[in-house]
Design a protein around this ligand. Sequence first.
Ligand code: SF4
Length: 151
Amino acid sequence: MQAQVINLMERLQDEFNLSYIFIAHDLSVVRHISDRVGVMYLGRIAEIGTDEQIYDHPTHPYTQALLSAVPVPDPETRGSRERIILTGDVPSPANPPSGCRFRTRCWKAQAKCAEEVPLLAVPERFKGTDSPAAHESACHFAEEKDVVHAA
Ligand code: SF4
């Protein structure tokens, strides 16, 4: 059923030259259908870029954790992936943490993360480069991390 709906959406897109905003939790489907991907956490965009930038070169710790949890079908590459386990619960959107909303679950959090809201921007060191990490990320300490993902 899901495949039929996606095929129909793609056919209509070709026929009528449509744009979609597609909201889903299934990361494989999102990659299949999207040219541009935005990752949200607690109501805010954490990271945004092309599907290749987000899936193969994520710079935000939340995206990195999400992608590390996707099952890898290829047994050859499965062992090479570092699984990132998030601890703690998602805070209430009605009373989000100060600074970065992800800081209560982020393994990279530092004092600055509680004091300043990170802006959605291309990390300084990647600006003007053709690095796939040169896309917008709302993290004070954004850095590229290759992720072995499902095809
Ligand atoms: S700003 Fe700090 S807490 Fe937020 S994702 Fe980046 S390192 Fe983690």
